[in-house]
Design a protein around this ligand. Structure first.
Ligand code: FE2
Ligand code: FE2
Length: 132
């Protein structure tokens, strides 16, 4: 089952953990919409996923500025790279439509990125914010 939330990804900060859980839920909905080839659903899910992830990034970036997080630049850069890649994936989807291949490519990349970013950069931010 893709996009299963793992408790080890919890940072212990409820507001952020809930946003991360929501990213997993939306990732799963997006994957299924692409996999089952529903163009209207996939377009809607892509748009709502993008909006949600961008507002989550803004939330974290405000939080970093507020707490003078030392790795702010690198963390923001990781967010920008993600947004660019999502933009490319959206372009691919528009060219090929919602296919199993586009769905798999998105799932593999998105799930790995979320696990790595939340478990690494976001965990470091959570640790910093709760100790400073
Ligand atoms: Fe982040
Ligand atoms: Fe995050």
């Amino acid at each position: 089952m893709p996009f299963v939330w793992t408790d080890s990804l919890e940072l212990g900060i409820e507001e952020v953990d809930e946003q991360h859980r929501e990213l997993f839920r939306r990732g799963e909905r997006l994957y299924h919409a692409l996999l089952h080839g529903q163009p209207a659903g996939a377009e809607l899910m892509l748009g709502s996923f993008r909006d949600f992830v961008l507002s989550h990034f803004e939330f974290e970036e405000r939080w970093m500025r507020r707490t003078d997080f030392p790795s702010l630049a690198a963390h923001c850069e990781a967010h920008r790279d993600f947004a660019k890649r999502l933009h490319r994936v959206t372009g691919e989807y528009r060219r090929h439509g919602p296919t199993a291949e586009v769905a798999e490519t998105l799932r593999v990349w998105l799930e790995a990125w979320l696990r790595e970013h939340i478990g690494g950069a976001d965990r470091a931010l959570g640790h910093w914010a709760t100790t400073h």
